[in-house]
Design a protein around this ligand. Structure first.
Ligand SMILES: [Fe+2]
Length: 279
């Protein structure tokens, strides 16, 4: 039997408002998170860990983080999160004091080893700004962390994508100093995946020679406007999360990212009947 994969679920951009408020006057982000938590709890086999890749709150306020904690309480899986542009480092630190922060002040970077896989969380938030940037202490910490256990594969998570998507109003608020991240990733071959959020859509490209993804959201999606046709807009598209499966193997093994839609769908139904023939 081949070894079981390590399963890292990624959920992103929860945008939790105070109880009773809708995001943009229209989206019930709390109900969306409840459905997402139920989907994570029901998933078989059980994911090993859940990463929340930013924009946990919306304004942000402590009331939102307290509500978020109540909404996450039913989650039966271990989790950690990093801030996005809608978050506050100080409030997140106060709301989630048990996350394994690399330092007692400043960026909320974290590194968690899960059955031979390093899950590295990078804080790309910039206080009061929508764009992202990795501060010098985070870049230094990443370099040191990646150098410290060179034989283990690593997955990097951060909120802001280090690439342009073609969606004009999101590209002006992506990771501004991607050029500083690139040489670090290139010099550590153990980085197998870079997983981001911020754009609320499933997206894939290569960055620094590594597959790099954006995770869809459990609520609304940023409109896929590749022609600057509209003002910044959102659409309520099918909600989903990502499930990154790392399979041990030769070298650093390999990672497969699955998109998991959230909701009740018809099936599963067997392809074959009792006689072994296609139905
Ligand atoms: Fe964001």
């Amino acid at each position: 039997m081949p070894p079981k994969p390590v399963l890292i679920a990624q959920i992103s951009d929860l945008h939790i408002k105070p109880p009773g408020s809708l995001a943009y006057g229209r989206v019930d982000t709390a109900a969306a998170l409840e459905r997402c938590v139920a989907a994570l709890n029901e998933f078989v086999p059980k994911p090993d860990f859940v990463v929340i890749s930013g924009d946990l709150a919306d304004i942000p306020t402590m009331e939102e983080y307290e509500y978020l904690k109540r909404l996450l309480a039913p989650l039966k899986l271990p989790f950690a999160g990093i801030p996005g542009n809608h978050d506050s480092r100080d409030m997140m630190r106060a709301a989630f004091p048990h996350f394994p922060y690399a330092s007692s002040s400043g960026p909320l970077d974290q590194s968690i080893e899960i059955r031979g896989l390093d899950v590295v969380l990078l804080d790309s938030s910039v206080h009061g700004k929508p764009h992202g940037e990795l501060e010098p202490p985070t870049l230094q910490w990443l370099q040191t962390t990646l150098a410290s256990s060179p034989d283990r594969p690593a997955l990097l998570f951060l909120h802001h994508p280090p690439f342009r998507t073609g969606i004009w109003h999101m590209d002006r608020q992506n990771l501004r100093n991607a050029r500083e991240l690139e040489p670090i990733v290139r010099s550590h071959r153990r980085v197998q995946l870079i997983a981001t959020g911020h754009v609320h859509r499933a997206t894939l490209t290569m960055f620094a020679g590594v597959p790099t993804t954006i995770c869809p959201a459990p609520n609304h999606a940023v409109d896929l406007d590749l022609a600057e046709l509209r003002e910044p807009s959102f659409k309520v598209e099918p909600p989903a999360f990502h499930l990154h499966a790392w399979f041990p193997g030769e070298g650093f093994g390999h990672v497969v990212t699955h998109q998991v839609p959230i909701g009740n769908f018809d099936g599963p139904h067997p392809f074959f009947g009792p006689d072994g023939k296609l139905l």
